[in-house]
Write a protein that binds this ligand. Structure first.
Ligand code: GLV
Length: 309
């Protein structure tokens, strides 16, 4: 079996060495833009160039080194029948839950006020947190959204979830489909986006959506930048409909140096780090799936090409 590793990592051996250990019978290749075809059975990819699909004609499946497959789906050269497999959790959901919890607690417990008070040497106690004032609405109830929902529900925050299809989760009030987006939004003060980027979710978070949130909304985007209409967020912040935004993903990454988000007093910017890909868990998951696929066993995480994720 031949496995081709295709990513921009300048040290591909960090991936291929453990991969060799887990797949001792496989021949492992690293993509060389100028090299000949290797006739790979499987490719492990992160944002490959279209040349991969022009050169490698024997691929049985490709494994994405991330949960989001939007950049792969956007490649016209991607063969329509090729099996595409996305990363499933692999240690990412716990990181996302932690990132979101941190941002929520910063706001709900007014931590910035206490930091200001410390600077002034002020000892002043504000009223205790009322969780019912911080209802959280999670867009997307995949593995990541569910983990976030569970974490916040365990801490007794009111949690709402919205997804394409019905979900039943303990402690979470779920809404499904475009028809139930309105009631979901009108319950939500803290909006968390974990949705994959598809034609349906592109530009979903626009002014029209933001104005339906509860007053003083906090918007946290850890999904994809293209799901958020940036000018509409700025307008909603200007008008006080949204009081703060925490953004980890952007339409253009890295975020351009002159982008207004950098300096905005009510926007926190992080450089797509809410969940880092963990090499060990990732390689283990993909190697296991390659073994299963090669052995004719079913694998999970196969992208439904009609849904786009
Ligand atoms: C990261 O953004 C991923 O899709 O895993």
């Amino acid at each position: 079996m031949k496995v081709l590793f295709v990513s921009g990592d300048p040290k591909p051996e960090r991936w291929t060495t453990p991969l060799k250990t887990l797949l001792p019978d496989a021949e492992i290749f690293v993509w060389d833009a100028d090299g000949p075809p290797v006739n790979a059975d499987y490719a492990i990819v992160w944002q490959p160039s279209a040349a991969l699909f022009e050169r490698e004609k024997t691929l049985k499946a490709i494994f994405n080194l991330g949960a989001g497959v939007d950049s792969l789906m956007a490649l016209p050269a991607l063969p329509p029948a090729l099996t595409v497999v996305r990363l499933e959790d692999a240690g990412m959901s716990v990181q996302m839950a932690e990132y979101i919890l941190h941002q929520l607690v910063e706001a709900s417990r007014g931590m910035e006020t206490y930091r200001d008070q410390q600077r002034q040497g002020t000892w002043k106690i504000h009223r205790p947190i009322r969780r019912d004032e911080w209802p959280v609405g999670i867009l997307g109830l995949g593995q990541i959204g569910q983990r976030v929902a569970r974490t916040l529900a365990d801490l007794d925050y009111p949690v709402y979830g919205w997804a394409r299809s019905e979900h039943s989760l303990d402690g979470v009030t779920s809404y499904a489909g475009p028809g139930e987006l309105g009631p979901f939004l009108s319950n939500t003060r803290v909006l968390v986006n974990t949705l994959p980027l598809t034609d349906t979710t592109r530009d979903l978070i626009d002014y029209q959506l933001l104005r339906q949130l509860r007053p003083g909304a906090l918007v946290i985007n850890v999904g994809r930048g293209e799901s958020l209409v940036e000018e509409d967020l700025l307008q909603a912040l200007d008008e006080g409909l949204v009081s703060r935004a925490v953004l980890d993903v952007f339409r253009k990454e890295p975020l351009p140096a002159d982008h207004p988000f950098w300096q905005h007093p009510d926007i926190a910017v992080t450089p797509h780090i809410s969940a880092r890909t963990l090499r060990e868990a990732t390689v283990e998951q993909i190697a296991g799936k390659i073994r299963d696929h090669a052995g004719g066993r079913p694998i999970s995480g196969v992208v439904d090409r009609s849904r786009g994720y």
